[in-house]
Design a protein around this ligand. Structure first.
Ligand code: NAP
Ligand code: ZN
Length: 350
């Protein structure tokens, strides 16, 4: 076992604090990674505060991990020492079920998540990327092109794939009118991808101060969602809307904006349910409400390669790990431009 340092939450109300723990020595199929940067996802906050009711403590969050390979097991063929790599939300799955066979491991009933999930090797719990190093099976490690800035690439491992995957699944392409709800970590990546796919992109925001940034990032239009008159101008006009909102909100305001056969896809996971949708909004124009979870490993690599080709990365605010608790408070106030990334060089001995 190898001593590892990181930051952990010990209860749902305590701030994150320095923590020392052990990781396994690399097995034949494992890659050991020195973590350089880790993005801060709103899911980290939901889980640290036990808002989904499934948290185990101590918890080392972090699933937007990038770093360099420092060791490889004897059967590792796809990676070598020194490679730039990433790890996202998953570190394992059963490998045999229909979801795994379709390269959709995120939907496997036995998917193993990067943290707050049982460690299939030790019988303990997985610890995530707010730490100095991680050991991961090679099948769940991604290559990161030298064309990408490593720190700004970290958020692609969750915010990137979680928005790329539904935009691809619902075939967002040139000529489509697409809405993105919420300009945070996921929302700003969604705008970049929808814009790159050639769609006409409209941001729905509760923060008028983000309008200029949204347009710089790739939105064609910005709607202040609290203003019903602005919303009404877009009735029955969207092919697809992706909501990244991390709180319970009124879905009817958005289903009403879909064209016939349009889809409202939810990726935000609030702690409280959304109010029930108005069925009339759905049946009269055969509209759908759907959900989507991150993306499979194959699609994550495709997304990373697409980003390298199109020079897409996240807009980040870099922080030392000692500022993580303040960063959480700012995310909760929708005050992040547009993803915090932890510089793990700031980690010191516990
Ligand atoms: P974030 O950076 O906090 O962004 C969420 C944005 O939603 C905020 O910036 C804000 O944008 C808007 N918002 C917040 N509260 C709102 C409210 N009460 N009403 C309307 N809009 C509100 O969070 P994130 O990291 O992008 O994550 C977003 C959600 O996705 C979280 O629930 C997270 O757990 C979930 N998630 C899901 C998956 C998945 O696989 N499905 C993966 C990762 C994350 P404006 O200021 O523009 O209004
Ligand atoms: Zn995430």
């Amino acid at each position: 076992m190898q001593k590892t340092i990181g930051y952990a939450a010990h209860t749902k109300t305590s701030p994150l604090a320095p923590f020392s723990f052990e990781r396994r020595e690399p097995l034949p199929n494992d890659v050991q990674i020195k973590i350089l940067f880790c993005g801060v996802c709103h899911s980290d906050i939901h889980q640290v505060r036990n808002e989904w009711g499934n948290s185990t403590f101590p918890m080392v969050p972090g699933h937007e991990i990038v770093g360099k390979v420092t060791q490889v097991g004897s059967e590792v063929t796809r990676f070598k020492i020194g490679d730039s790599v990433g790890v996202g939300c998953m570190v394992g799955s059963c490998g045999t079920c229909p979801d795994c066979q379709d390269n959709l491991e995120q939907y496997c009933n036995n998917a193993e998540f990067t943290y707050n999930s049982p460690d299939k090797h030790s019988g303990g719990t997985n610890y995530g990327g707010y730490s100095g190093q991680i050991v991961v099976n090679q099948d769940f490690v991604l290559h990161i092109s030298a064309k990408l800035d490593l720190a700004a690439a970290a958020p692609l491992l969750c915010a990137g794939i979680t928005t790329y995957s539904p935009l691809k699944h619902w075939n967002v392409s040139k000529g489509d009118k697409v809405g993105i709800v919420g300009l945070g970590g996921l929302g700003h990546m969604a705008i970049k991808f929808a814009h790159a796919f050639g769609a006409h992109v409209v941001l729905f925001t509760t923060s008028p101060g983000k309008t200029e940034d949204a347009k710089r990032i790739g939105a064609d239009d910005v709607v202040i969602s609290k203003n019903p008159e602005e919303m009404d101008k877009h009735i029955a006009s969207f092919d697809f809307i992706l909501s990244t909102v991390a709180a319970s909100h009124n879905l009817d305001a958005y289903t009403a904006l879909l064209k016939r056969d349009g889809t409202l896809c939810l990726v935000g996971v609030p702690d409280q349910p959304h109010p029930s949708p108005a069925i009339g909004n759905l049946i009269f124009k055969r509209r759908s409400i759907a959900g989507s979870l991150i993306g499979g490993i194959k699609e994550t690599q495709e997304m990373l390669d697409f980003c390298a080709e199109h020079a897409i990365t996240s807009d980040i605010e870099m922080i030392p790990i000692q500022q993580i608790n303040e960063a959480y408070e700012r995310v909760l106030k929708s005050d992040v431009k547009y993803r915090f990334v932890i510089d793990l060089a700031s980690l010191t001995e516990v």
